[in-house]
Design a protein around this ligand. Sequence first.
Ligand SMILES: Nc1nc2c(ncn2[C@@H]2O[C@H](COP(=O)(O)OP(=O)(O)OP(=O)(O)O)[C@@H](O)[C@H]2O)c(=O)[nH]1
Ligand SMILES: [Mg+2]
Length: 250
Amino acid sequence: MHGDEFEASQRAREWFHSMVVLPGAWTILRVDGRSFSKFTEQRFDKPFDLRFSQLMTETAKVLLTEFGARYAYTESDEISILLDPRSEIFGRGVEKLVSLSASVTAAAFTHAAGEPVHFDSRVWVGTGPADVVDYFSWRQADAARSALNGWCYWTLRKDGRSRREATRALEGANASAKNEMLFQHGVNFNELPAWQRRGVGLWWETYERPGYDPMRAMEVTATRRRVREERELPMKQTYREFLAGLIAEN
Ligand SMILES: Nc1nc2c(ncn2[C@@H]2O[C@H](COP(=O)(O)OP(=O)(O)OP(=O)(O)O)[C@@H](O)[C@H]2O)c(=O)[nH]1
Ligand SMILES: [Mg+2]
């Protein structure tokens, strides 16, 4: 076999490397902490810890920036980032998108927390803005559901129930029964911090910064971009409208 042929035969075995996200498709990458139930167990308050949420938010900001994403959303141990359909980042290569989103996330979180963690990653593709709105509504509904469950479970545990008893008590209970159970223990679910029930959103906003131009010896205003972090997201229809507006912008 000639050198060139050998080279080509090896490259051909990098089979999945040619897989790309279809042109024009809306792409979302979702990373999720590996074994975070275990990682968080001794280190953070349950069911929610503001410091943990801040580490996730800081990490989401790094992802948003590194991938030039349109929007980032984080809840629990996961982060989703929305790429522009015209984005050509990493040639839209699936292996690159998945592996680099996971490694950027792991590096950023590890750096912020000072302890090594791992993340997995997956690719979601949608055909238009309506799919994207559905996707983020789905993740927000997941945040609300797991916040309610988490609060119930840990309220029972702190009340002296065993793992098994707490799990049993919640099996088959619907959302209103869970709300009621919390209320009996003095917790009003709807008054808990919004970031716990709805997750946190991050996106780019522009702002005007006044400055002085020494060359022209005059006052000037510069338009700058910064990351907006929203810990009080709207929910349901209002969130859908917010997302639709964000996606429609250029
Ligand atoms: N203590 C604490 N734990 C949290 C917080 N937010 C998320 N977690 C933990 O993160 C876990 C995330 O769930 P999963 O991703 O399904 O579980 P996992 O253990 O990470 O499992 P894999 O993702 O499959 O590796 C939750 O079960 C919680 O234990 C928090 O604010 N405080
Ligand atoms: Mg996880």
